[in-house]
Design a protein around this ligand. Structure first.
Ligand code: PBG
Ligand code: ZN
Length: 359
């Protein structure tokens, strides 16, 4: 038998998988590195040992709750394709936020659903608009206890449901930018901590940073929806937020899900334009992108586990086909394991309950 020192000497010092495999191929070494000497089940021997060795810990601090606030309703309305998720009138939003804060959650992301829509999404920057009102009363009530993120897009505000302004049947990137900028400024004025441009227009982060700085909102953060893919998993959201495009699709602005290299360019451009946090969306189909964005930048990485990801789990659990508690624990922990620092999820409240019960 060779002793440990000899083994060590023959083992490449900066050992990686490939070196280990090469080492193992040398038959005389096998006794030391594989079964029966090596038994990985030792690591799982008892619950105490498993707890001790747990590598990834999901925390309540990681979670963000998406909230819909709707103009012109007087009580909350459950979203048909998202059982357990509601649109709130302004009058009951505080009660909901209070529950969220009591659970120990640190952030929400707000979506407004206005009564008025037009071709240009003009109601999106109405200082008295539904989302502006909601931001204000939430910040007035909870102050710095809760970070308020506001989604900045036009699709809930345009009569055609697209995220930008249409000219000659195309989405006009640069004309859209100025409306997004006005919208973000109106959110910052209402007290939003973080504005999140989600229209996938080129230059949207830069124009937001410029207008915020010019108006003394240097401290307002920008969460870029950096790599947002045209995804079938958004469809329950469009039902929730009344933002289904009345014609065509979003493929000329949202990313194709086939393209990882292009997604990295989107992420790099948001970094260069001044985004404070980079977001990838949807989450579960993009664990590879979350991982590589985390490895290749020093920015905080957010992942948005979208409406369809929620509805799939919810529908299966309502049918007793899967166990909701263990399924969401597994999926949200996997998103964290891939590298997400922040996870936006419709399961966030439930997940926070699970986490505080397991303490
Ligand atoms: C608006 C927006 C969408 C989502 C977040 N912001 C919808 C879309 O792009 O169609 C999707 C969120 C979800 O599915 O939960 N641009
Ligand atoms: Zn949009």
């Amino acid at each position: 038998m060779k002793d440990y020192k000899t083994i060590k000497k023959n083992t490449p010092s900066n050992s990686n998988y490939r070196d280990e495999f090469k080492f193992l191929l040398n038959k005389s070494n096998t006794n030391y590195n594989i079964f029966p000497k090596m038994r990985l089940r030792r690591l799982r021997k008892s619950e105490a040992i498993r707890d001790l060795l747990q590598e990834t810990h999901l925390s309540i601090n990681d979670l963000v709750v998406p909230l819909f606030v709707q103009e012109g309703i007087d009580k909350e309305v459950e979203i048909e394709s998202m059982p357990g998720i509601f649109r709130f009138p302004i009058d009951s939003i505080l009660q909901e936020v209070k529950e969220i804060v009591t659970l120990g959650i640190k952030a929400i992301i707000l979506f407004g659903i206005p009564l008025k829509k037009d071709n240009f999404g003009n109601s999106s920057f109405d200082q008295k608009g539904i989302v502006q009102q909601a931001i204000k009363i939430i910040k007035d009530t909870f102050g710095d206890k809760l970070a308020v993120i506001s989604d900045v897009c036009l699709c809930q505000y345009t009569s055609h449901g697209h995220c930008g302004i249409i000219k000659d049947n195309r989405i006009d990137n640069d004309r859209t930018l100025s409306i997004l900028a006005k919208t973000a400024l109106s959110h910052a004025k209402s007290g939003a901590d973080i504005v999140a441009p989600s229209a996938m227009m080129d230059g949207q982060v830069k124009i937001l940073r410029d207008i915020l700085d010019e108006n003394n909102y240097q401290d307002t953060l920008i969460l870029g929806y950096s790599a947002k893919q045209a995804s079938s998993f958004f469809s329950p959201f469009r039902d929730a937020a009344h933002s289904l495009p009345s014609f065509g699709n979003r493929h000329s602005y949202q990313m194709p899900f086939t393209n990882l290299r292009e997604a990295h360019r989107e992420i790099i451009s948001d970094m260069e334009e001044g985004a404070d946090i980079l977001m990838i969306k949807p989450a579960i189909p993009n664990l590879d992108l979350i991982y590589s964005a985390k490895q290749n930048s020093f920015h905080p990485i957010a992942a948005y586990s979208v409406s369809g990801e929620y509805s799939m789990i919810k529908a299966a659990s309502l049918n007793n086909w899967i166990d909701e508690v263990s399924a969401i624990t597994e999926l949200l922990t996997s998103i964290k394991r891939a590298g997400a620092d922040i996870i936006i999820s419709y399961h966030a409240k439930k997940m926070a309950e699970i986490l505080s019960n397991s303490k």
